[in-house]
Design a protein around this ligand. Sequence first.
Ligand SMILES: [Ca+2]
Ligand SMILES: [Ca+2]
Length: 392
Amino acid sequence: MFKTNVFLGTGSHNFVDIKDKKIKKRTTTSTCMKLTYNISFALLAITFFVLTISFSQAPDSLKEYPAYNKKLPFQSERNSYKKNNPVKIILDSDIGQDCDDAAVMALMHKFADNGEAEILATMFPMQDPMGAPAMDVINTYYGRPNIPIGTYKGNYQYIGKLYDHYNTKLAINFPHDLKHGNDAPDAIALYRKILANQKDKSVVIVAVGPERLLGDLLKTGPDTYSKLSGWDLVKKKVKLLSLMGAGFPKDQEWNIKIAPDAAKLVAETWPTPIVYSGNEIGKAIRTGSRLLTETPETNPVRASFENHPFVDKVTKDRQSWDQTAMLFAIRGPSDIWTLENNGYNFIDETGKNEWRRDTDKDHSFLILKKSASEVQKIIEDLMVAPPALKKR
Ligand SMILES: [Ca+2]
Ligand SMILES: [Ca+2]
């Protein structure tokens, strides 16, 4: 157990905004019956029909909570998703475990090609020395060979078996110049260096693996890059944390359970809005087969899918967990997602999570508004688009 105000110790301990939210009851059937012969009945009926349609994607246990009526937290920032205002991104990915981590890098680079994103760095939260080289391979393929790459240098023992399904293969077979994790800087120091140099409230972190680096970053003290503690630096510089992790209304998802203390710490103390893309979101969206038919053998993202044992043998597709967090981070809710933001994501010591409503924190989770096949097409179009920049 930890006590938040011991190691954060920076004055702002009441970062959880407890608001008194009243849950409005939906219009009941009996109310409707009273208005049967009234013109307003017709209006109510139409409204009810539209609401029913728009709630149709929500998990059953959430339908009684009409939090969807609340203003979405990003509505006022819609303009920031325009092309002339690229989102400054740091990607934190456990590449090598699953192939959606390679795919999320494809999305990130295409967003940068489109002018929708500016890539500040990519971070690898595991000890595998070939993770950073694999990231360098994909950055190089997309014509950005010099993106800073940080790697985890600590000795935390993840709970569960870890894999290098394709990192070494990418490093052996594709051009890049970062040959070993030992040659990459410490990811937590790199986070601090990069955040210190950015404008206030400008950085969006997309984290699609365990939250080891994020949890440890919060606990850092002042250094040569900044006088601020990690918590204060994040509060000052970060706009949004878009996470793939957990599941809703409850789950015990891999990214959370292999480093539960870090995920718990982030959920309880991270000082910016957090948007979770839960297990159930990416699970429903299957992508990857078009990499084989529409991209060349020189594409390392294709190679990561070809080398991953969990890609479906027949359809050649895989679940799209990680890509959804990137898609949201860059394009916001748009017409793809609804956000549930009434409550908070509770995480226990074993990595089980549950959406709770007794307190309201700055947490949200994604609910699919479009059909899974429509979002599949959006994601896969980005995954197969060729690099816009020439390799350097
Ligand atoms: Ca490089
Ligand atoms: Ca991942």
